[in-house]
Design a binder for this molecule. Structure first.
Ligand code: SAM
Ligand code: SF4
Length: 328
């Protein structure tokens, strides 16, 4: 098992498939970011992802999230996702892993069968506004209606859909109640995520809106009831009485959940990050390609995990790769 010196068991791996993206969300992607047209040689191939994932599963990982960049942009995304069927199948595994994905939703309609074949039943879809013009302003692309229709397509096909909303003061905080209203008729799970600092994303404290403020506002309009939170839950969950869905707050900044962290991340170029905010990364791909045993590297990375926020103070000068490079 992957246990660090603070006794935290790491059983949740997030794998970034690419840094490329078909949106340009201003809080995520530095303006001047450019992507290679073909899969760079230093990216993990589909088979290498499978190989490394298998090692982590043997080490006790029981949940894997595919992310990016936009994971569905990879030409071999279908193969990568379907490769996981052998670990997720309840027929052939005593302890099947849970496979999930975080996507901006634009290409989801091409993947419904692929998700089903890989037993991927839970999808996190990112949507920060319910207004088409504002969507274009935030993402610099005109894809609002595609994302919304794919959200409904997922619901129609009985996927568990979580809607990720990055809450930013003065940008979309006036839509809090509209998002919660969406949970009235749809079994959607809206999650308001506190805006986090990454290199080049113009984060500052004034754009943060605290969850207490959001909860107060929600309680003013709705009859809100708290829901039970499970171990390792990063979200504080609530429901409006009588609504089909739920809503939650992910308070990375105001109430960090580091004490209970079970997450590790693999970047698209095969580097292990033991924390979203860690400056250090351990290269697994280069040694894997030269036939080295990567197990000791994995164990030492976990051993050296810092207690909180990757050993940094999260303020305006946080040193880190951008969110797309890390895998959100
Ligand atoms: N492209 C996919 C998507 O947008 O869902 C997956 C990658 S994206 C980096 C993963 C998640 O990170 C998204 O829900 C996004 O909203 C969130 N995210 C990106 N930058 C963020 C920031 N600065 N603060 C908080 N959440 C952020
Ligand atoms: Fe792309 Fe997702 Fe980042 Fe938006 S949040 S730019 S969709 S990777």
């Amino acid at each position: 098992m992957l246990i660090d010196k603070f006794g935290r068991v790491h059983d949740y791996l997030r794998i970034s498939l690419t840094e490329s993206c078909n949106l340009r969300c201003k809080y995520c992607m530095p303006e001047d970011y450019t992507f290679p047209a073909v899969l760079p040689k230093h990216y993990m191939t589909a088979d290498e992802i499978d190989h490394i994932a298998k090692i982590f599963i043997r080490l006790g990982v029981n949940k894997i999230r595919l992310t990016g960049g936009e994971p569905l942009l990879r030409k071999d995304a279908k193969k990568i996702i379907e490769n996981f069927a052998k670990y997720t199948s309840v027929d052939t595994n005593e302890n099947p892993i849970k496979l999930t994905i975080t996507t901006n939703g634009i290409l989801v309609h091409q993947f419904i069968d692929v998700f089903q074949n890989a037993n991927l039943h839970s999808v996190n879809l990112s949507l920060d506004t319910l207004m088409p013009d504002r969507f274009e302003n935030i993402t610099k692309r005109n894809s609002f209606h595609k994302v919304l229709s794919n959200m409904h397509l997922l619901l129609q096909n009985n996927f568990h859909v979580k809607l990720n909303v990055v809450a930013m003061k003065g940008v979309n905080d006036d839509e809090l109640t509209d998002f919660i209203q969406l949970t009235r008729d749809f079994p959607l799970h809206v999650r308001f995520i506190e805006f986090m600092p990454f290199q080049g994303n113009e984060w500052n404290k004034n754009k943060l809106i605290s969850y207490k403020e959001m909860l107060d506002r929600a309680s003013h309009f709705f009859e809100v009831i708290p829901l039970e939170n499970k171990k390792h839950d990063t979200a504080k969950k609530f429901k409006v009485l009588g609504h089909e869905g739920t809503f939650a707050f992910i308070n990375t900044m105001s109430e960090p959940f580091c004490g209970d962290c079970n997450r590790i991340r693999l970047t698209a170029d095969g580097k292990l990050k033991n924390c979203l905010f860690s400056k250090g990364e351990i290269d697994l791909l280069t040694p894997l390609r030269t036939g080295e045993n990567i197990l000791p590297l994995i164990l030492s990375s976990i051993e050296n995990k810092q207690q909180k926020w990757g050993g940094q103070e999260l303020f305006d000068n946080t040193e880190n790769r951008s969110m797309i490079a890390i895998g959100g």
